[in-house]
Design a protein around this ligand. Structure first.
Ligand SMILES: CC(=O)SCCNC(=O)CCNC(=O)[C@H](O)C(C)(C)COP(=O)(O)OP(=O)(O)OC[C@H]1O[C@@H](n2cnc3c(N)ncnc32)[C@H](O)[C@@H]1OP(=O)(O)O
Ligand SMILES: CC(C)C(=O)C(=O)O
Length: 581
């Protein structure tokens, strides 16, 4: 008979299962991983000072997570890329998994594609047939890392293997022994042995140590011929400090630390793969397995590029070269059919781009202050590293939309088109661009910004236009005076003007004012050349103030600076007319 209480429990469970959704109230479905007892942990006060040994697992863990695993040709291409980036250890596959995996490894050997300073790694489960097949695949290699794994966590022991701890240790030690027995069959190959207690991070720490020491006892490594103990965070279940504690605990409790290389292999389920890896290094590990851009099972493996460039930005040479990140990304995307998200650290399309005004302003000032000397400290706000170090250009740093400000607009005008707008003009033009971006509700391209500049300042040919202008020194009696003659068209009518002043602009302005064609004074004037060589042109920027106190800029381009400045006067006056009528 079912009691009322049981019936109620069943009803509740059915309801939860049918409707799905997150558990409300007390969350009973999950629990925190127990902390590691490590009262005198050292890692929090350590820092990373040197690069670890990097091992790329793109061609194995990355590949096994792809909807369409890579072909032999794709794997070859990615392998060459990994070598060119500088990886000295590369896990090339799971040779017993498929013919493609096997054939790829054979191509590497038969076509002599493995550089002498690169060691390839192959993975196998602790099963005899798979181990033997693995040995077939590596025949003829000079050096290889054979990577044996079996899962050790309580859940996997119970659910996957149906074995107790002794049974799990037996799988690992028998696998190790078989590999050891087979090594003499490939005397031309130097074999390094790697063991992974898969799901290490979910395993009781003393059992992780017990199984690794059992494997060590079989393999018998020495300080000269070390074993690699790879301690994976196969699935992330805790905050990064727990993994760091696990690594430090393990290193401190090992019997023979000097005969082992401690390796990290983290995933990203909680989005903290980089953090766990960095803390794991602080906790004593000396090797890191991961992938480019973090490809891998589920949320991926740790992104080695991020870890390496995080070191680089702290002044540590990572000994991996990501100097052309876009080319690396292109090969990666082609081979894996994965896409690097636009906000991915260092490599995403938008990660060196600022849309917002205050960021743009600070970047523009930072870039202007940075002198580019090799020993100059990079301190451009909002750009943690110089994009050029990884082959990104400065062009896309500042992009303009309605969140942008005058600094960004000025940056685009200068960097894309060579216009050094005066400070006050930036304010005026910034507002014009902001209004356009707001109205369009879209990003403005540099060309659209230039077009707006041209339309607003350079192409103001009515109601005034200039037919001719000539200025010369007044003569010996007034050496500081300039006289000018100008032919100006206003609303289709030609005016012949003359005036004098302390320079051509002053003379022209006086001529316009004396003829009562306009009424203004000049507030500021700047000029610079626009480009060099035979087609050198000059740009003039001129700010006028009307009798009512309003100011307007005009700008003009011409092959000589005098022409540019006189046209800029009329362009400014035309803007007054267009605005005030
Ligand atoms: C965390 C990781 O990334 S580990 C690497 C995982 N990578 C891959 O699995 C990719 C390649 N794998 C494959 O191609 C296949 O799984 C193969 C070739 C390895 C094995 O194939 P199959 O034997 O057909 O299937 P399958 O993988 O399901 O085998 C499961 C069996 O292996 C056992 N097993 C799983 N892992 C191991 C291991 N490391 N050592 C020994 N036995 C293992 C399981 O307990 C299970 O045994 P059971 O059949 O008695 O229940
Ligand atoms: C085999 C091990 C190292 C692995 O891939 C993992 O734990 O993710």
């Amino acid at each position: 008979m079912i009691s009322d209480q049981m019936r109620n429990t069943q009803v509740t469970k059915t309801a939860v299962n049918r409707h799905g959704g997150m558990q409300q109230g007390s969350v009973m479905k999950y629990r925190a991983f127990p902390p590691i007892e490590l009262p005198e942990r050292q890692w929090p006060s350590r820092s990373i000072t040197t690069a670890p040994t990097w091992c790329s697992v793109d061609l194995r863990d990355g590949n096994q997570a792809l909807p369409i695993p890579m072909s032999v040709e794709e794997k070859l291409k990615l392998f060459d890329l990994l070598v060119s980036v500088g990886f000295k250890e590369i896990e090339v596959g799971f040779p017993s998994a498929s013919q493609i995996e096997f054939d790829f490894i054979r191509r590497l050997v038969d076509e002599n594609r493995i550089p002498d300073d690169v060691t390839v790694q192959v993975i196998t489960q602790a099963r005899e047939d798979l181990i033997r097949r693995t040995f077939e695949s590596i025949q003829g290699m000079k050096k290889v890392i054979i990577h044996l794994y079996n899962s050790t966590s309580p859940a996997q022991r119970r659910l996957v293997f149906g074995l107790d701890k002794a049974g799990i240790i037996d799988i690992a030690t028998r696998g190790t022994q078989l590999i050891k027995d087979l090594v003499p069959t490939i005397p031309e190959t130097q074999v390094i042995f790697q063991y992974s207690p898969e799901s290490f991070a979910l395993t009781e720490i003393d059992f992780s140590l017990e199984i690794c020491e059992a494997v060590v006892d079989v393999w018998q490594p020495t300080p000269e011929a070390k074993i690699i103990l790879n301690l994976p965070e196969t699935v992330q279940i805790a905050t990064p400090n727990i993994y760091a504690d696990q690594i430090e605990w393990f290193c401190r409790h090992m019997r023979d630390r000097k005969s082992a290389i401690i390796s990290l292999h983290t995933h990203n389920d909680r989005g903290t793969g980089v953090a766990t890896t960095e803390l794991g290094l602080m906790a004593g590990a000396e090797r890191v397995e991961g992938t480019l851009f973090g490809n891998g099972e589920r949320t991926g493996n740790v992104d080695i590029i991020t870890v390496a460039l995080n070191m680089y930005m702290q002044g540590i040479n990572p000994h991996l070269n990501f100097g052309d990140i876009d080319a690396i990304r292109a090969v990666y995307e082609e081979c894996t059919r994965m896409q690097v998200p636009v906000r991915h650290p260092y490599s995403g399309e938008l990660v060196f781009t600022a849309f917002s005004g205050s960021h743009q302003d600070a970047i523009q000032k930072g870039m202007a202050a940075w002198d580019g000397a090799p020993d100059a400290l990079w301190e451009v706000p909002y750009l943690p590293i110089d994009p050029k170090d990884i082959g990104r250009t400065y062009e896309a740093i500042i992009r303009i939309n309605s969140q942008s400000g005058k600094g960004g607009v000025a940056y685009v005008m200068e960097n894309e088109f060579g216009f050094q707008l005066p400070k006050a003009m930036r304010v005026e033009f910034g507002k014009i661009i902001n209004a356009i971006a707001d109205a369009r509700g879209d990003e403005l391209t540099p060309q659209q910004i230039y077009d707006a500049f041209e339309h607003e300042y350079l192409q103001r040919t009515s109601p005034f236009s200039l037919e001719a202008f000539h200025a010369e020194k007044a003569g010996a009696s007034s050496p500081d005076e300039v006289v000018c003659r100008a032919r100006v068209i206003l609303n289709g009518e030609l005016y012949e003007l003359s005036g004098s002043g302390n320079g051509p602009i002053d003379a022209f302005v006086r001529a316009l004012n004396q003829a009562s064609l306009a009424n203004f004074t000049v507030r500021s004037y700047t000029e610079h050349s626009l480009n060099h060589g035979s087609d050198a042109r000059a740009v003039a920027y001129l700010q006028i103030e009307t009798s009512s106190g309003r100011t307007f800029f005009g700008a003009a381009i011409a092959t000589n600076i005098e022409q540019a400045s006189i046209k800029a006067v009329l362009n400014a006056v035309n803007r007054v007319q267009a605005t005030m009528g």
